[in-house]
Each structure stands twice: as C-alpha cells, then as structure tokens.
Design a protein around this ligand. Structure first.
Ligand SMILES: CC(C)(COP(=O)(O)OP(=O)(O)OC[C@H]1O[C@@H](n2cnc3c(N)ncnc32)[C@H](O)[C@@H]1OP(=O)(O)O)[C@@H](O)C(=O)NCCC(=O)NCCS
Length: 143
C-alpha cells in the first residue's frame, strides 16, 4: 500500500472509486480544482495500481484546514489507514500555520466515533446538509 499525491492521471480511477464508496456525487472538475488549490493536500492510497483510499482538504482563512473527503474502501477500513491519512494531511498543512481542523460528517455516520477518537468534537449541526436530506455535523479539532 502506498500513499501518494493525487495526479490528473488518477482522475478516472478516482471517479470509479468514489462512485462505489461514497453516497454523494461529484463532477470531475471539482477534483481538479481541489488539486490546483493545494496539491499537497490531495492524498490517495493505492494497493498496487488500484485506489483504495482518498483524503483531500482545503486551506481556509483563519488558519483552518477543512477536510473535504476522507474515505477508505470497505475492506481496507479499520486498519489504521484513515488515521494515517488524517495525520499526514495535518502534517502537510503545518506549513500554513494551521491551528484548527474542521469537517462535516453525516449525522448517521459511524465515522463520528472515528473522528472523536482522533480528538474532534461536534460544534454545530447543518440541517438537511446532504443530498438525501441527512443533517450534517460540523466537527473540529484544535491543533
Ligand atoms: C471513517 C474512516 C475514514 C476511518 O478510517 P479507518 O481507516 O477505517 O479508521 P482507522 O483504522 O484509522 O481507525 C482509527 C481509530 O478510530 C477507531 N474507529 C474507526 N472507525 C470506527 C468506528 N466505526 N467505530 C468506532 N471506532 C472506530 C479505530 O478503532 C481506531 O482506534 P485506535 O486508534 O484506538 O485503534 C473509514 O472507516 C471510512 O472510510 N468509512 C466510510 C466513509 C466515511 O464515513 N468517511 C467519513 C465521511 S466524513
């Protein structure tokens, strides 16, 4: 398993991966924009040639890192890879003097427990935030 920076060549594989592993749908150009804004903050994990995990983020004003997507293929979950990706994102963002990490998660997601373990707390609720009407929970971690 290898963690690397997402490249434009990975785009088709990324779309296939996200289609099978995320409930939300995104357009291809979104990912090229995310990469253009902060290439070091777009990480993928490959097992040989196939993408099995993704984490991308954006640097916001007020010294904040916002995690946009963090997802592992189901059979690679629970092996420490999510934690590893998050730690690497925080490390990559340190050059910007980041003081806080923020993200949104579905209210019905098991990932809330994962983020709590990593030191995140729930700070807000976003009603009907997701495409299916599920509320979003805003979680933050102070660095
Ligand atoms: C949420 C997710 C990214 C976590 O990544 P992961 O690789 O499975 O998690 P890790 O193995 O790195 O776990 C890190 C810690 O969190 C805990 N943890 C992870 N998932 C958990 C869960 N569902 N319930 C309870 N604890 C959990 C682990 O036990 C581990 O604890 P430890 O450090 O004490 O051993 C991954 O499970 C996933 O992709 N889920 C589906 C997509 C999703 O919900 N993404 C988040 C949307 S915002």
């Amino acid at each position: 398993m290898k963690i690397s920076k997402f490249k434009a060549d990975d785009l088709d594989d990324l779309m296939i991966f996200l289609d099978s592993n995320l409930e939300e749908n995104y357009e291809k150009k979104v990912f090229l924009n995310i990469r253009q804004r902060w290439p070091e903050g777009f990480l993928i994990i490959k097992n040989t040639k196939k993408i099995i995990g993704v984490c991308c983020g954006a640097i916001l004003a007020n010294d904040k890192l916002r995690i946009l997507i963090l997802v592992l293929q189901e059979d690679y979950q629970g092996k420490g890879l999510g934690k590893q990706l998050m730690n690497l994102m925080i490390k990559e963002s340190s050059i910007f003097g980041i003081k806080k990490v923020t993200l949104e998660v579905r209210k019905d997601s098991k990932a809330i427990t994962f983020y709590r373990k990593l030191g995140f707390s729930s700070v807000d609720v976003l009603p009907c935030y997701y495409q299916d009407g599920c509320d979003g929970i805003v979680m933050e971690k102070q660095l």
